[in-house]
Design a protein around this ligand. Sequence first.
Ligand code: KG4
Ligand code: ZN
Length: 361
Amino acid sequence: MSTAGPRGGEELVFLAIETTCDETGAAVLAGPRPPLHGVPRVLSSVVSSQVGLHRRFGGVVPEIASRAHVQQVLPMIDEAIRRAGIAHQDLGMIAVATRPGLVGALVVGLTAAKALALALDVPLVAVDHLEGHLYACQLAFPEREVYPCVGLVVSGGHTSLYHCRGPLDCELLGGTTDDAAGEAFDKVASLLGLGYPGGPEIERAARAGNPRAFAFPRSFLHDDRPIFSFSGLKTAVLYALRGPNEQLGHVVPSAEMVADLAASFQEAVVDVLIAKTRQVLARTGLRRLGVGGGVAANARLRDRLTALASEEDVELFIPPLGLCTDNAAMAGIALSKLSAGQVADLDIDVAAGLVRPGRKT
Ligand code: KG4
Ligand code: ZN
């Protein structure tokens, strides 16, 4: 049974929609109605994953993603509403991630959100997917203050460090110059003949491996800029697997070698993420660290972040796994936007590329 209040009460019940990439998500949240402030609580959150559709291509195929979102978005919304124990008429706001992401995928979520906002005559609030990934920390720890903090987003599309003064004021300090960390996990998993998505597969294989078996490169480790590069690491794994002059198809690595390559690769990624995060903590002097994105589900990274936080005496916020990977609940940041008067017009469009979080829409 939901304890959500009616549409006009002190509590605002709202729907959040996520279709930026390959997960169709819908969530119902409830929080203090502005001008009251507070962190909303999640009444329901459902995700329909398209992983099975993209697996044989080894990555997300944008057109397939868009079509699957079209099929799944309304059933997901209905399911989230059903599980929250509310009616459509109880919704007082529609939130939707409108950037960054795949254009065709984003458009599906935004179109559904606009239709509902118009039909129910409630505000439409557009959110940034990356700000959402960091806000997942605040959703996960509603009793604690997450901001101001250093924000680390590590996902399939992004590897970025932020100085977050508040949920809606995250300054991008730097990011990857080529592949994102999650993308590198996916590509290396494919090289090693492991499944898709690669992150969980590499993590599993790495458990039996030696992280020091291969001395893989750690790009920009001794550079004081908050930037990353993972494409050289990927090539280094390829060469370790088959030598620079051989054909990949001729090599069938032993299970032991796959485990060692996976463990050594994972350790190289984690070393760089930890070193750069440590640098930014030192430079900003911030005492809190929020982490989001699918790669934050990685147990080795979580352990090393926990150790980093204790060494540097900072408070660490990492959401549980379901709030790290793509989900609609993190679009609950919309309540802060509504409080700040940032309501979208019905002619708002999506944005594929990285828009500096904090930009007003
Ligand atoms: O945040 P997310 O769900 O989607 C994007 O916004 O990109 O992140 C997906 C990425 C994929 O690249 C996936 O391989 C990676 O997160 N990932 C992991 C783990 N679980 C998911 N990477 C490393 N270890 C994991 N356990
Ligand atoms: Zn994401």
